[in-house]
Design a protein. Structure first.
Length: 200
């Protein structure tokens, strides 16, 4: 009888621009999509992994995307004190094939965002271009830093985006937003005058 050998779970950490967030990267697909949990209450319904992580007193936020988990810590802890504990926990959780995010979460998120207004005419075409630029040029870079950016709205020249993961509450996210994203969008789409952010 052949014994199927499982690929060992490899896990390493990456710094993010936010000193309070650290990215824990695995060699497994954890969740196709983005799942951002800012508190234990939001995690309880949808993510057993995030719920367990929130039981650690130093975990402030859990962001799950593809093959990584970005942990935001409480500021009164040092990464040197807690990193190995988190790393070990995530590694064991993935090895034991624990549920990361429950089925139906993407549909639930979509239902929550159904209040976004519909755009018509010129605005519809413009919003399509804005979303395309964000998805093509901004999203991949932000993901590398352990975060996420989503288009929220466009109104009278102002684009509003939602920042999640390590971007949420990051000191350098304002600089990235104003100089990077706003600069690119205003250059490429003259109708865009400003970019504002909301934390996810």
């Amino acid at each position: 009888m052949e014994v199927a050998t499982k690929t060992p779970v490899l896990l390493y950490t990456e710094q993010t621009p936010n000193p309070e967030s650290l990215k824990f990267v695995t060699n497994r697909m954890l969740y196709r999509g983005t799942a951002d949990f800012r508190d234990e209450a939001s995690a309880k319904d949808w993510s057993p992994l995030a719920t367990d992580l929130f039981e650690m007193p130093f975990v402030k936020g859990v962001y799950i995307c593809n093959n990584f988990v970005t942990i935001s810590k409480e500021f009164n802890y040092e990464w040197a004190e807690i990193m190995l504990q988190i790393k070990e926990f995530i590694k064991n959780y993935v090895e034991n094939e624990g549920v990361v995010v429950k089925e139906g979460f993407a549909e639930y998120l979509a239902s929550q965002q159904s209040d976004t207004e519909e755009y018509t005419g010129d605005n519809a075409e413009l919003v399509g271009r804005i979303k395309s630029l964000i998805d093509t040029y901004v999203k991949p870079a932000v993901e590398m830093d352990g975060g996420n950016i989503e288009f929220k709205s466009f109104d009278k020249g102002t684009v509003t985006v939602i920042l999640q993961g390590s971007c949420s509450g990051c000191p350098s996210s304002t600089v990235t937003l104003k100089h990077g994203i706003e600069g690119m969008l205003t250059r490429m789409i003259p109708e865009v005058k400003a970019v504002e952010a909301e934390m996810g």
